[in-house]
Ligand binder design. Structure first.
Ligand SMILES: [Zn+2]
Ligand SMILES: [Zn+2]
Length: 277
């Protein structure tokens, strides 16, 4: 089988796992596995180091212990222990814990953390990718004459979604209904379809939903077809938070939840020119 391919969080390029790095990356409060190509791993390490170095344990208005604790839990679960540091990190209390984290980050410039999550196979190019990176999309199956769930890697998703859009554009009321039912099975209910509005009213909502899938602002879960969610939560204690599918189709899809104020990490990432991911 083809070697697993991993998509870099910075440049979006898929590369063989052997050319990819797992660098602890802050996602909100906790540190999680972050995947990068060799060219961008250094910047990810620098960003983690800058964040950990700037944590303020004296400020009671902020909980800066949580990210530090999650960092240690993550790298420990991947096999990197602070007890193995030689010489031991200096300092006492939380300062020592921080210095241990910084020393472990320095080790990561020469040491690889494993990528432990399960794989999912892209049905376009047949390369396995980490399950958290696979894109779940509707695909028209001619034998079934219906839209079915299929998986695509980051390289294949755009072309495949273009095919699905073309199928919707060329299709009639039946295709409109089948695609609306596909999204309903993925917990995205298009109210206008459920209450029996004509296909002309439902079609633009489906096109909008597909547009959100293309842009990645909407992500379908791997779901019942592959019982990976349990495996994922067992294997990866802190998977990146996936945006929950919008329950209704009232556009715009992104208007549901108020955005929290930017975290320290988000501000740091902006300072590094890494806003948006
Ligand atoms: Zn890259
Ligand atoms: Zn692919």
């Amino acid at each position: 089988m083809t070697e697993r391919h991993v998509q870099c969080s910075t440049c979006g390029v898929l590369r063989p796992e052997g050319e990819s790095r797992n660098i602890p990356t802050l996602a909100g409060e906790p540190y999680v596995d972050g995947y990068y190509c060799s060219a961008h791993a250094g910047a990810a390490l620098d960003a983690a180091r800058a964040h950990l170095a700037a944590l303020d344990f004296e400020d009671d208005t902020r909980d800066d212990m949580m990210p530090l604790v999650s960092f240690h839990a993550l790298v420990r679960a991947r096999g990197l222990m602070s007890e193995t540091l030689d010489p031991p990190a200096p300092g006492v209390g939380m300062e020592r814990v921080r210095n241990e984290a910084l020393a472990l980050l320095d080790l990561l410039r020469h040491t690889r953390l494993p990528i432990v999550e399960p794989s999912a196979l892209c049905s376009g190019c047949y390369r396995p990718v980490p399950a958290s990176q696979v894109r779940v999309i509707p695909w028209f199956n001619d034998d079934l004459a219906d839209f079915v769930t299929t998986f695509r890697c980051g390289d294949c998703v755009a072309d495949s979604l273009a095919d699905t859009r073309a199928r919707l554009t060329a299709g009639g009321p039946r295709e409109v209904g089948r695609l609306a039912e596909f999204f309903h099975r993925h917990a995205i209910t298009i109210h206008e379809h459920r209450r029996g509005d004509p296909p002309e009213a439902v079609r633009p909502l489906l096109e909008l939903t597909l547009e959100h899938l293309v842009r990645g602002t909407l992500k379908l879960q791997l779901g019942e077809t592959v019982p990976l969610n349990d495996v994922l939560s067992a294997a990866a204690p802190a998977p990146p938070p996936a945006p929950s599918p919008e329950p209704a189709a009232e556009p715009p899809l992104a208007a549901a939840e108020p955005r929290p104020a930017p975290s320290l990490w988000q501000r740091i990432r902006r300072a590094f020119g890494r806003a948006g991911d």
